[in-house]
Design a protein around this ligand. Structure first.
Ligand code: PTJ
Length: 253
């Protein structure tokens, strides 16, 4: 299908087309297309831009990743399809950041494809293609992790995660940073540091902040973050936008 650049939703249509293509190649699970649609709906409600509150969360995430002893970024099919290049840039901006394939709908072939996609984009030392440990108490294939990656991480950055695993990681004493446009999701509510922003914008924001911070001691000291406040600010953003639209009887821009 040809997309016209003049279409007012060109950028969004292009992303959809590339995800549909990635689903055709088996990189994205069919369920990943549904997850993307849910994300788009929340992005619409949030104004399709990074809010000041999300920007603060991205800066805090950069500090946590810089100070973590063993930080790991978890990558599923959607993340690889949408943001493999941003993942590589973040790894360059946060020296020592491990990148691990972690799939809900796991097959060996999909895991290998996600790994290849990341390596081609410039990600180094991709973990999790052949997992070697399990997160206890999780029945799904998402429990499969790398014994030298997520299994021993102190800080896990988990974009587009499911709530069960976010909760299981926290039970193991890990600090969880989520990226999820749905501030009501179980993942956002379970995270120690929820970032309510679109995946690519959030990864760019964290990379930018990390470059600004520069080298930091890997001392495991993570400044406090007020997660309930960050979520309340996201609810308020949606509330204000809808209330304004209801008053004007016109959708906000
Ligand atoms: O590749 P797999 O097999 O590991 O499967 C990945 C999916 C995404 C299918 C799986 O993790 C899943 O089912 O996720 P959920 O439970 O639907 O959660 C995904 C969350 O990500 C939802 O709350 C969406 O609102 C949110 N989301 C979707 N797209 C984006 C997003 N958040 C930020 N940026 C996006 N682009």
């Amino acid at each position: 299908m040809r997309l016209s650049r003049r279409h007012p939703r060109y950028a969004s249509l292009r992303v959809r087309a590339s995800l549909a293509d990635a689903a055709g190649r088996g990189l994205v699970a069919p369920e990943g297309l549904i997850a993307h649609g849910r994300g788009e709906a929340f992005d619409y409600l949030l104004g399709e831009r990074t809010s000041p509150s999300a920007r603060r969360a991205e800066r805090a995430a950069a500090v946590w990743l810089r100070h973590a002893r063993r930080p790991v970024l978890s990558v599923n099919g959607n993340v690889a399809a949408l943001a493999a290049g941003e993942v590589a840039r973040l790894q360059r901006a946060v020296p020592g950041l491990s990148v691990e394939v972690n799939l809900f709908h796991r097959t060996a072939a999909r895991a290998a494809l996600v790994g290849r996609t990341l390596r081609r984009a410039g990600v180094r030392g991709v973990r999790g293609v052949r997992p070697t440990a399990r997160v206890p108490g999780l029945p799904s294939d998402r429990a499969w992790v790398d014994a030298r990656g997520i299994a021993v991480a102190d800080v896990c950055l988990v974009p587009l995660e499911d709530g069960d695993r976010a909760e299981a990681l926290r039970r193991l004493g890990k600090r969880v940073i989520s990226i999820d446009l749905n501030p009501l999701s179980r993942t956002s509510r379970a995270a120690d540091l929820p970032i309510v922003d679109e995946l690519c914008r959030a990864l760019r924001g964290i990379s930018r902040a990390s470059r600004r911070i520069g080298p930091s001691p890997r001392d495991g000291r993570l400044p406090a973050f007020d997660a309930p406040r960050a979520l309340a600010e996201a609810y308020a953003t949606i509330d204000q936008r809808l209330s304004r639209a209801a008053r004007r009887r016109k959708p906000p821009r």
